[in-house]
Design a protein around this ligand. Sequence first.
Ligand SMILES: [Zn+2]
Ligand SMILES: [Zn+2]
Length: 165
Amino acid sequence: MKTPRLPIALQQAVMHALRDKLAQANLKLGRNYPEPKLVYQQRGTSAGTAWLESYEIRLNPVLMMENQQAFIEEVVPHELAHLLVWKHFGRVAPHGKEWKWMMEAVLGVPARRTHQFELESVRRNTFPYRCQCQQHQLTVRRHNRVVRGEATYRCVKCGEPLVAE
Ligand SMILES: [Zn+2]
Ligand SMILES: [Zn+2]
């Protein structure tokens, strides 16, 4: 899969959206949470992922090129909300009530768990799973073993079993 070159204007628009939503959240929460790092290395079919320990948001450049507005309006707030929830509440369920509250009451964005994008351009060679602390990409082979009930995989960091997203 080739990674497209992202136009600077698009990167700036995404960065602007991130700063805007962060400022809004800090104002409402009365905090001064720092700005997460944005990286464009998400692969597979996920639009983006939030990495708690490294406090970064990884965005899928292929899907971002094809769904620019949705990334700015939805994907960036969605992943930012994961990081803010972690800062504000500690470890809680990834899309639980805290995250919903963060999305809707604080960031003012409808809380949808997933994004509906055309995925033809991103080869489906991995499957997104989650534990308590991060997202994992499982290979087709491992994914099939989970589906058939032959294996359970655990996160080496938190020790929790991986659950399909
Ligand atoms: Zn999420
Ligand atoms: Zn984990």
